[in-house]
Design a binder for this molecule. Structure first.
Ligand code: SF4
Length: 415
């Protein structure tokens, strides 16, 4: 199909999401310049609610690094971090972000006029629930800025989340409070913490509803839309503004469903995506699939910011549970069952696994999972080699050829 025939229907609410992100970064920038409010850097699934309960503004370096990827700045910056000893084999969020710092550049200045640099940092707070790379990433900044890096070391490869897992994380969270209070210059307010947990839970529920709209046929949403729409769920959880913007988004998606309007021109094939997006190829990939009448409708990735266990009445315990129940933390057996359920829920014809070279933590095709799942479901699967940020690690031609062949296979299996 010729490129001009590809129909991608943009959501009106993406403008509101863009405004949300602009306000978020400008607020951080103003606080950084005035020094009037403390800023904590936090991992994307770190204990943000505790930080909100002490009045910190929160900056998430992973979101910044995703922007380095989507603006295609990352690939040239990664070697700067390689040159100081951070291997090209490790997380390309880490290497791109440190590379950008060393080079003194940021995509924020182009995206949000008036912002010249990333915000200042009073403390770094991590949770290794996703990987060890975040701990090493934050340790580098900790040494650079001369500020503490504190965090939680989570169990990994977890099958059933037990009370033992939860209580050990609660203990670690509680031990963060005193050092963080010293930096914040104030006490943790339990009411503020509960309020932040309640807001996070509402945000999570709305985000879950947003993603669930993709079960409609045709789907009003694509995975590629989801990767940018998820901004407020990552950086704004624990705030009312994130809830407000997701209510608007949900309304628009439900309108689309009521009118039978899909996100792409014609949806003949429905595909599930496992793993990270290729940030520097969001546009080309969304066009490639739409041109093949295939909609990538749902993913393990965008669902990573659903925290259904959060409960304001049990803030610490429910945070410990929610941040351990995450897909990325779990065993392959759990992941297999999880994906199987999603393939049914979203009526998928096929599944694509992105084997991201520098993120083994979010690549689920290295220990036989796709083969086991295909044997159970009979749903065709494709593995593509690539990376989240380092564009030297993928071949566009090979990816295109493999995806086209995969869609042909789906055509045959439907027939
Ligand atoms: S989960 Fe992957 S992409 Fe995210 S910080 Fe860890 S290694 Fe990097």
């Amino acid at each position: 199909m010729a490129a001009e025939e590809v129909v991608l229907r943009r959501l009106k609410t993406s403008k509101d999401i863009g405004k949300f992100m602009s306000d978020y970064y400008h607020e951080l920038d103003a606080a950084s310049k005035s020094g009037k409010q403390k800023i904590a850097w936090c991992t994307s699934v770190g204990p943000a609610e505790i930080l909100r309960g002490m009045g910190f503004l929160i900056y998430f370096p992973e979101t910044h690094s995703a922007m380095l990827g989507s603006t295609r700045m990352a690939t040239e910056l990664i070697p700067k971090a390689n040159a100081i000893g951070y291997s090209p084999e490790i997380c390309s969020y880490l290497t791109a972000d440190i590379g950008a710092f060393l080079q003194g550049v940021t995509p924020l200045s182009k995206a949000f006029p008036g912002i010249e640099s990333i915000p200042g940092c009073d403390v770094l707070v991590y949770n290794t629930n996703q990987c060890r790379d975040v701990q090493d990433w934050f340790a580098w900044y900790s040494r650079k800025f001369g500020v503490p890096s504190v965090g939680i070391e989570t169990h990994r490869n977890v099958g059933t989340v037990t009370d033992t897992h939860v209580s050990s994380i609660v203990g670690q969270m509680e031990s963060l409070v005193e050092p963080l209070e010293k930096i914040a210059g104030r006490r943790l307010d339990m009411d503020e913490l509960k309020h932040a947990v309640a807001l996070s839970r509402q945000c999570s529920d709305l985000w879950e509803e947003v993603l669930a709209t993709a079960a409609a046929v045709p789907s009003p949403l694509t995975f590629f839309d989801g990767t940018t729409l998820m901004g407020p769920a990552v950086v704004g959880r624990g705030t009312q503004k994130a809830i407000d913007v997701y209510k608007l988004l949900l309304e628009e998606l439900n309108e689309r469903i009521a009118q039978g309007v899909g996100a792409i021109g014609e949806e003949k094939y429905r595909i599930y995506w496992d793993g990270m997006p290729v940030w520097g190829r969001l546009g080309p990939h969304s066009k490639l699939f739409a041109g093949l009448k295939a909609n990538v409708i749902a993913s393990t990735y965008c669902s990573s910011w659903i925290f259904s266990a959060l409960d304001p009445e049990k803030p610490m315990e429910s945070m410990a549970r929610a941040y351990t129940e995450l897909f990325i933390v779990r065993s392959d057996e759990y992941k297999e069952n999880y994906i199987k359920g999603k393939l049914e829920l979203f009526h998928c014809d096929g599944i694509i696994y992105h084997d991201a070279k520098t993120c083994p933590n979010n690549s689920n095709c290295r220990y036989g999972l796709p083969q086991r799942l295909q044997a159970q479901t009979n749903i065709p699967a494709l593995m593509i080699n690539g990376d989240l940020n380092d564009l030297r690690l993928l071949s566009d031609e090979q990816t295109k050829t493999n995806i086209e062949a995969f869609i042909e296979q789906l055509e045959e299996s439907k027939a």
